[in-house]
Write a protein that binds this ligand. Sequence first.
Ligand SMILES: [Zn+2]
Length: 399
Amino acid sequence: MSFAPLVEPAAELTIDEVRRYSRHLIIPDVGMSGQKRLKNAKVLVIGAGGLGSPALLYLAAAGVGTLGIAEFDTVDESNLQRQVIHGVSDIDKPKGQSARESIAEINPYVDVVLHPERLDNDNVLQVFEGYDLIVDGTDNFATRYMVNDAAFFLGIPYVWGSIYRFDGQASVFAPMLGDDLPCYRCLYPEPPPPGMVPSCAEGGVLGVLCASIGAIQVNEAIKLLTGIGDPIAGKLMIYDALEMEYRKLKVRKDPNCALCGEHATVTELIDYDAFCGAVSDEAAEAAVGSTISVTTLEHMLKERENGERDFVLVDVREPNEAEINHIPGAVLIPKGEFLNGNALSQLPSDKQIVMHCKSGVRSAETLAIVKGAGYADAVHVGGGVVAWVSQIDPSQPTY
Ligand SMILES: [Zn+2]
């Protein structure tokens, strides 16, 4: 599917710019009008790290007129294996500043805007405001969901990429450009159980993989800005560097998506750290294939009401937390009771056990205990009561 260009053309290119961009200008699809659109474009790159480095270098070289860089970190020696926008003399320098100096060396016609603060719920909307397109090179799930939600609320399309060891993924999330186009939550409604997916800092990444995926992101950005080609909105690119294999999968819009679906329940920024959590290895292992969404739980509770199924829903939080908000029909058995072994005698042996806590961290830990005691079909609720309140019952308070 092709789209209208995201950006109107600038009034003109200077003689210097015409000389500089001549290899673009002689491509009929780009031409003078495409290059003027790039000149007028405002693109925000999140992170000047593994993906941000090649993305910024090529966006700058391509002639994108305004490049925002959202980056709060400083250059470390271990970055230089892949973050090619930085050099030895940049070590200990803020990455944004280092990136700006490299960009000035490549293309002095680019206006660089630094956003040196860590993106959070308090600043993300202001930082994003005014950009035509976002290129997301973040490396953690909490920020990815925040970027997705904030971009959606502001109506800004974005190009997403992720890398780990020899594997990369990329897509364009732009539900605002077409009714059938998905967002990141349509593809990944829930973050993986905390601790399940190691970061590049824990698991490593092949340096050149950043270029492979970063290049796809820039490619898609240029197509979207200038309106050429067929951007990968609604598609997921999967790259396997060891097999040297690219696959393109269709990503459907989820009509029940919590953000871009017909009955959206995420209508403002949420607590992304709580949503993504952090748990032990045992808990993460127990949660694989045994994590249900709050939507599934809601469905299960209705079936239980109708007598179509039976299970015990256990809230493993503390009593004072359960006073603030709760999932109807849950019995309260705090996590400590599982740790000291008292809880198991309170559980029926012939029913499925469903556990929840605030965000899915503690319930993943109790899940490991309960599964270890022989409840093979036990599950826990991803996102916990936070997700329940945000997606199912916003009338309840959060904490
Ligand atoms: Zn969605």
